[in-house]
Design a protein around this ligand. Sequence first.
Ligand code: ATP
Ligand code: MG
Length: 399
Amino acid sequence: MKYSEIMVRYGELSTKGKNRKLFITRLASNVKKSLVDFPHVKVKAERDRMHLLLNGEDSDKIIPLLQKIFGIQNFSPSIRVEKDIEVIKAKAQEMMREIYTGKETFKITAKRSDHDFVQTSDELNQTLGNAIFDIFPNIKAQMKQPDINLRLEIRMGGAYLSYETIQGAGGLPVGTAGKGMLMLSGGIDSPVAGYFSMKRGVEIEAVHFASPPYTSEQALQKAKDLTKKLTPYVGSIQFIEVPFTEIQEEIKNHVPQGYWMTITRRMMLRLTDQIREIRKGLIIINGESLGQVASQTLQSMVAINEVSCTPIIRPVATMDKLEIIEVAQKIDTFELAIQPFEDCCTIFAPPQPKTRPKLEKVHLYEARLDIEGMIERALSGLMFTEVTAGQEEDFSDFL
Ligand code: ATP
Ligand code: MG
């Protein structure tokens, strides 16, 4: 069907009081970013609906993109006509001629937010129902779960006819909650953590620790590819590569094996927190899941967390691995994540990491390291890449 526009219904926005305007503006800008390849689409964001005027663009190509944008409850590809009963009737008949194959039941659902319109919703249901019986005398009306629900909305700006309501992604528009730094490894969990935080409105930047030559170019590329899988929800994501080789070598040379992991994680957290400050983020997000590995016992979390008082959000902390995998498959990060490129943690993984690290010992071993100097050197080597949702295009530069 040739639609003139897509009518978008907001999600939880309606409950957000005075923040509403900010939410709508942000959602509109996220929609525009994700539709860059459709320059003719015009986005009109109103108080309780957003209208995407298609201007000839193909709705079938736009629908899958809209389904990924957080903050959209549902949407309907629609045809807008003049608010004239005869015009509306004719268009409704034309639409039914296209959809009805002779078997389906139907229903009309008319709504009017323009209360000056000549007919009430009930009258409109009647009028349009009759118009359909005029052309298909044998069609069956069915009020509960009809096959075709032909909707009419009389709004200030026109009359809108539609018959499909497509589920949106729910959640809140990305960016309305502020910015967080996602610690992104090459694994299954952290991309899922990133997805969940975006769903609740957090704009993310991905921080990835790489230890070349111990970690390969492919491992780095894999982390970037995973980041790219997260871009359809926002348009683009800043990828920040942190040089971690010196730190890992120093830890390996000066710290007993049992404490490598704890101290490595503390260094990662210290660095992420500093990068967060530079990038004006508010929180840190990671993919830790309780009890999965040695670094994720409660005692380890306490020991690692000691270096920062920035809130850390762990969206998958209480999920089972299988539940995380299910989401990873849904957002298409699973296949990539299981590719066997070693990341920095696997390569320097001690045979027996402490599952109950002692803070006094951590402090003792850290005193052997030039923590501040190493942090400074790592920060001076940060590499930034803007990963975009569209075609591959990398703009790398040094800070
Ligand atoms: P993932 O599947 O996300 O790799 P995991 O189950 O393998 O997680 P760990 O390796 O213990 O668990 O990592 C826990 C969290 O620490 C990761 O989810 C991620 O947020 C962060 N992390 C680990 N390695 C890196 C890295 N190289 N760069 C950035 N963050 C990392
Ligand atoms: Mg991992």
